[in-house]
Design a binder for this molecule. Structure first.
Ligand code: KG4
Ligand code: ZN
Length: 356
């Protein structure tokens, strides 16, 4: 089975071709970073226009990289949400057009499901990663712990009550004058820094449950910066504060994941893997902290290769493979969904500004 995947839900325009034998035949990603950088964040209208301009060229390139023609495909999958609606519409309409013209099945993929199932595409073991597993999904828009029990079967154990962790990285980096997007820049700035020099909180640490909170940490970063001598920031101060921020996030992650692993184990004695996915999973410091935790607890740790942690279309094509194998397709009247929770039964967490 060969599936074309399309991703347009945020600021990456991407197309990929993936098989049911876990082969990535093509994987092209065009980042719009430079279009959005002057604004310090993603501008939805600019994103939608850029997707429209580049998507057909990227699909043509993916097909040529794979050495395939459209009639060799078994289906077309596109991100159907959640995300910036203008972009999602561009991807969904393009996928529907290809499906209609070629008479192929169309699959509308939940972007978060794409991140959640990537580990089953990339797991290095020959037999692949079996359900159930525990997933820490950490990106610019999401920060969740989920029990992944099967395709379409996700149970949320915890979520953020305010900012997503990638958002916290981006905001803290902006305060430190590091630029956009903040995650990778902050990680780089933290190299060699003293994480203990500045006092920063560990929000939610030690609390029952598996929810997260990051807005207090961002405020503390602002306060520590305000306490510095006036004038341009000293790079050593920024290095130490960035290291302190990363250490605080690491402590929170370890605490929340310890609880989630205990809960997951009680409910799923056969599961033994923690998967980390989403853009923040590219952070090497956090990966190291989580690897150490899982080793201590006798759990497996699996993180997709960095390129497949951030937004891409291979994960969408793979989710399309998984769904099509189960006969789950969508009709051509599928309506793009700006909001689309993976676990619709999960209650909104208590907290101001909770995103659910
Ligand atoms: O999954 P993703 O590409 O897009 C969303 O669906 O949000 O994640 C992007 C987020 C951004 O907030 C970015 O700053 C963060 O992931 N990120 C990182 C790193 N690389 C990307 N955060 C911390 N450390 C990194 N190395
Ligand atoms: Zn994403």
């Amino acid at each position: 089975m060969i599936i074309l995947g399309i991703e347009t839900s945020c600021d990456e325009t991407a197309a990929a071709v993936v098989t049911d034998r876990r082969e990535i035949l093509a994987d092209v990603v065009l980042s719009q970073l430079s279009d959005h950088r002057p604004y310090g964040g993603v501008v939805p209208e600019i994103a939608a226009r850029a997707h429209l301009e580049h998507l057909d060229g990227l699909i043509a390139r993916a097909m040529s990289d794979a050495g395939l023609s459209f009639d060799q495909l078994d289906g077309v999958a596109a991100t159907g949400g959640p995300g910036l609606i203008g972009g999602v519409i561009v991807g969904v309409m393009t996928a529907k057009a290809i499906a209609a013209v070629r008479g192929l099945p169309f699959v509308a993929v939940n972007h978060l499901e794409g991140h959640a199932l990537t580990a089953r595409l990339t797991d290095p073991s020959p037999e692949g990663l079996a359900f159930p597993y525990l997933l820490l999904l950490v990106s610019g828009g999401h920060c969740q712990l989920l029990a992944v029990e099967g395709v379409g079967m996700y149970r949320r154990l915890g979520t953020t009550i305010d900012d997503a962790v990638g958002e916290a990285f981006d905001k803290a980096a902006k305060l430190m004058g590091l630029g956009y997007p903040g995650g990778p820049l902050l990680e780089k700035a933290a190299e060699g820094g003293d994480p203990g020099r500045f006092e920063l909180p560990r929000p939610m640490k030690g609390r029952p449950g598996c929810d997260f909170s990051f807005s207090g940490l961002k405020t503390a970063v602002r306060n520590r910066l305000d306490e510095l001598p006036p004038g341009p920031f000293d790079p050593v101060d920024i290095r130490d504060l960035a290291a302190g921020f990363q250490a605080a996030v690491g402590d929170v992650m370890v605490d929340r994941c310890t609880r989630a692993i205990a809960r997951f184990r009680a409910e799923h004695p056969e599961g033994n893997t923690l998967v980390v996915a989403g853009g923040v999973a590219a952070n090497k410091y956090l990966r190291a902290r989580l690897t150490a935790l899982t080793e201590k607890l006798g759990f497996r740790f699996q993180a997709p290769p960095l390129k497949l942690c951030t937004d891409n279309a291979a994960m969408i094509a793979w989710a399309g493979v998984e769904r099509l194998q189960l006969g789950q397709t969508d009709t051509l009247d599928f309506a793009p969904r700006p909001r689309w929770p993976l676990d619709p039964t999960a209650k909104k967490p208590a907290g101001k500004g909770a995103k659910g």
